[in-house]
Design a protein around this ligand. Structure first.
Ligand SMILES: Nc1ncnc2c1ncn2[C@@H]1O[C@H](COP(=O)(O)OP(=O)(O)O)[C@@H](O)[C@H]1O
Ligand SMILES: [Mg+2]
Length: 295
C-alpha cells in the first residue's frame, strides 16, 4: 500500500425514482488495498459499485477513479457482477476467447489466467455442466483478463461452499499483494475478515463508518472478548457479571488488564482466550446499531 488512492469519493449523492439511494458517502480506496464494502441488503452497495464503474452518474459529490472520471479507463477496471450471465451451451474456453476478443487481450494472457486460476481442466466443459464454483472462477478470469489496476467484485462467493469462498478471498488478497486495488462486497464477514485492509460500512445509503478495523474498533470503543472454559466459572463474580455476554466477557479496552488480574489472581483462571472485537461485532454496531452493552 502507498499514498496514492485508486478511488476517492467525497460527499456522493445518488437518487433513483425520487429517492436518495446514496447520501453523503465519502471514502478512499488506497492503491494496493483490499476494501470490504459491507452493508445490509438494499444498503446501496451495488449502486456504489456501478457509480465507480461509471454505469450510473451521481447527483452530486466527487468521485475519482484511477485519477480520472469513472468509466474513463474501462480496461484498467475489472468487474465481477452479482449475477454474471454466461451461455450454458458455450464452453469455458469459448467464453474466455469471447471476452478476450472484446477486451483486445491476446491468447497468451488467456492461457496464463487459466493456469493461475486452475481452469485448465474445465476448458472444454460447457457452462451448463459447470459448478457454481467453476462459474465464479470463470467470472474472476474475465474480470482479470486485461490485468486491471482496480478489481471490483459484487458478492462473488454467494452459493460457494466455505472452502471455495476462502479460496476466492485468498486469491483476492494475492492480487492485492501484487499491487491491484480490490473492492469486494460480501456478507461473509468471518471468512473475509483476515484479508481486509479496510472496510466501508453502508446502511440505508449512508456511510456509517470507514477505515481499518483498528480505526473502527477505536472510534466506537468496541470491547475485547474473553472466552473459554475458565471464564464460565468466574462469570458469577459481581465485578465480572455486568460484562457477561452469554459465556463470554465483553470488556472495554481500558479494563482488560484489570479483568485479567481478577481472573488469574482471584479465580486462578488461566484457561481463556482474549481477542479484539471481530468484524461481526463491528458490523453489528455500525450497521445494525447494536449498542455496546448488547454486543
Ligand atoms: N434499478 C433500480 N431501480 C430502482 N431502485 C433500485 C434499482 N436498483 C436498486 N434500487 C434500490 O436502491 C437501493 C440500493 O440497492 P442496491 O445498491 O442494489 O443495494 P445492495 O447492493 O446494498 O443490496 C435499494 O433500495 C434498491 O431497492
Ligand atoms: Mg447488491
Amino acid at each position: 500500500m502507498n499514498d496514492v488512492n485508486t478511488v476517492e469519493c467525497s460527499s456522493l449523492f445518488f437518487r433513483r425514482g425520487g429517492r436518495e439511494v446514496l447520501r453523503d458517502v465519502s471514502f478512499t480506496l488506497p492503491e494496493g488495498a483490499l476494501l470490504g464494502l459491507l452493508g445490509h441488503n438494499g444498503a446501496g452497495k451495488s449502486t456504489l459499485i456501478k457509480l465507480i464503474l461509471g454505469l450510473l452518474r451521481p447527483a452530486s459529490g466527487t468521485l475519482t477513479v484511477l485519477g480520472g472520471a469513472p468509466g474513463e479507463k474501462p480496461l484498467e477496471v475489472g468487474y465481477l457482477p452479482e449475477n454474471v450471465s454466461f451461455y450454458d451451451a458455450m464452453t469455458v474456453q469459448e467464453h474466455l476467447d469471447y471476452f478476450a476478443g472484446l477486451k483486445g487481450v491476446c491468447a497468451s494472457r488467456v492461457k496464463e489466467l487459466t493456469d493461475e486460476l486452475g481452469l485448465g481442466v474445465v476448458l472444454r466443459q460447457r457452462l451448463g455442466q459447470c459448478s457454481k464454483g467453476q462459474r465464479q472462477r470463470l467470472g474472476l478470469a474475465q474480470a482479470l483478463l486485461s490485468k486491471p489496476r482496480l478489481l471490483m467484485l459484487d458478492e462473488p462467493t454467494v452459493g460457494l461452499d466455505p472452502a471455495a469462498s476462502a479460496l476466492m478471498y485468498r486469491e483476492l488478497s494475492d492480487l492485492r499483494d501484487s499491487g491491484c486495488s480490490v473492492l469486494v462486497c460480501t456478507h461473509e464477514l468471518a471468512l473475509v475478515e483476515p484479508y481486509l485492509d479496510r472496510v466501508l460500512l453502508l446502511a440505508d445509503g449512508e456511510c456509517r463508518g470507514s477505515g481499518t478495523l483498528e480505526n473502527l474498533r477505536e472510534q466506537a470503543a468496541l470491547p475485547a472478548l474473553f472466552s473459554g472454559p475458565g471464564i464460565e466459572k468466574a462469570l458469577s463474580d459481581p465485578r465480572l457479571a455486568p460484562m457477561a455476554r452469554g459465556r463470554r466477557l465483553a470488556v472495554s479496552e481500558g479494563r482488560v488488564s484489570e479483568v485479567v488480574r481478577i481472573l488469574t489472581t482471584d479465580h486462578a483462571c488461566y484457561d481463556f482466550q482474549l481477542r479484539k472485537a471481530d468484524l461481526g461485532m463491528i458490523f453489528a454496531h455500525y450497521v445494525l446499531n447494536v449498542p455496546l452493552e448488547k454486543l
